[in-house]
Design a protein around this ligand. Structure first.
Ligand SMILES: [Zn+2]
Ligand SMILES: [Zn+2]
Length: 319
């Protein structure tokens, strides 16, 4: 039986603290160290001291995904310990020092119908923490399917995209325990964050399609308990899976409803779904809109066309 502790690490984001997991079975493994933020660094070091282990005991770091609230301190822990950082290939690409998160997504934002001044503002938003970085020489690249061995158990690496490219979950078959990162959360449905398809970067990633098939994977694994990236342990995983499925079905219907008989941009759909979007929420709202519109397009219920470089969506049969 794997022995581990959940460490609550503060973040500067509205999502609240992030869960870092310290697996104390050998080799001692730290999953998602937290954001590169002074309060987080202090909390992480403090929690490790409190457990009588200290930073030096960490022999392996695993990142569920590249988002700054989970990954920012990987470099700090690596530099203190030399521990390698296990990360998916597609997450590692987003952790390169010269990676420009919004620039990579700019073609999708430009065709989204976002008014120019709003786009300008969005591009110039500054994160409160430095961009997370992991260098290839510090990393052990995984693809999913690998097994991480411990003195008293193992964790299977699952590639579970949908919220982020290269998102990983860790599955302990013996105890039917899943470490879910942001894939499954107790109180919220993760955002299907807009990004390029890693295999075909000119296209948007089919985030919702990936996410819904991942939910099916979780359903089949039938975990006893899920330890998420934020919040308390999930003791009723089938209910949370069903709730997330229902949430997306309802949102697909809401998007069809917003479209009605008109041709609308992703931004117009996002603004109808989330009238109070501001700052980075605009990017997340657009992500929601694109994810559901693209999925409806896959299902043959919506079609898309360009007019003057802007992408419009309409219900099939209303053109
Ligand atoms: Zn995330
Ligand atoms: Zn998160």
């Amino acid at each position: 039986m794997l022995r581990f502790h959940r460490l609550s690490v503060p973040t500067p984001y509205s999502v609240g603290p992030v869960n870092s997991y310290l697996i104390v079975s050998e080799p001692v493994t730290l999953v998602d160290p937290g954001p590169d933020w002074p309060a987080a660094r202090e909390a992480l070091s403090g929690e490790l001291e409190r457990l009588g282990l200290g930073l030096q005991s960490v022999a392996r770091i695993v990142l569920t995904h590249s988002h700054a609230d989970h990954s920012g301190l990987a470099r700090f822990v690596h530099e203190a310990t030399g521990a390698p950082v296990y990360v998916h290939l597609h997450a590692l690409a987003e952790l390169a020092p010269d990676y420009d998160y919004l620039a990579v997504r700019l073609p999708f934002l430009r065709e989204s119908g976002l008014p120019e001044p709003v786009l300008e503002k969005l591009i110039n938003l500054k994160d409160v923490v430095p961009q997370p970085v992991v260098l290839p020489e510090e990393a052990v690249v995984v693809h999913g399917g690998e097994s991480l061995e411990f003195s008293d158990g193992s964790l299977r690496v699952l590639h579970m995209p949908g919220h982020a490219a290269g998102h990983l979950c860790l599955w302990n078959e013996a105890d039917r325990v899943l470490f879910s990162g942001d894939f499954l959360l107790p109180d919220i449905t993760p955002n299907p964050v807009l990004g390029p398809d890693p295999e075909n970067p000119a296209q948007r990633d089919r985030t919702l399609e990936h996410y819904l098939s991942g939910l099916e994977v979780v359903r089949r694994l039938n975990p006893r308990v899920v330890w998420p990236g934020h919040g308390e342990a999930i003791l009723n995983p089938p209910e949370v899976v069903a709730r997330n499925l229902a949430h997306h079905e309802a949102r697909l219907l809401a998007v069809l409803d917003v479209l009605g008989g008109s041709a609308l941009t992703a931004y117009q759909v996002a603004a109808a779904l989330f009238p109070d979007m501001r700052q980075f929420d605009i990017f997340l709202g657009l992500s929601e809109a694109f994810a559901h519109l693209d999925y409806l397009r896959e299902r043959g219920e919506v079609e898309a066309f360009y007019r003057n470089g802007t992408l419009y969506f309409r219900r099939v049969g209303t053109g």
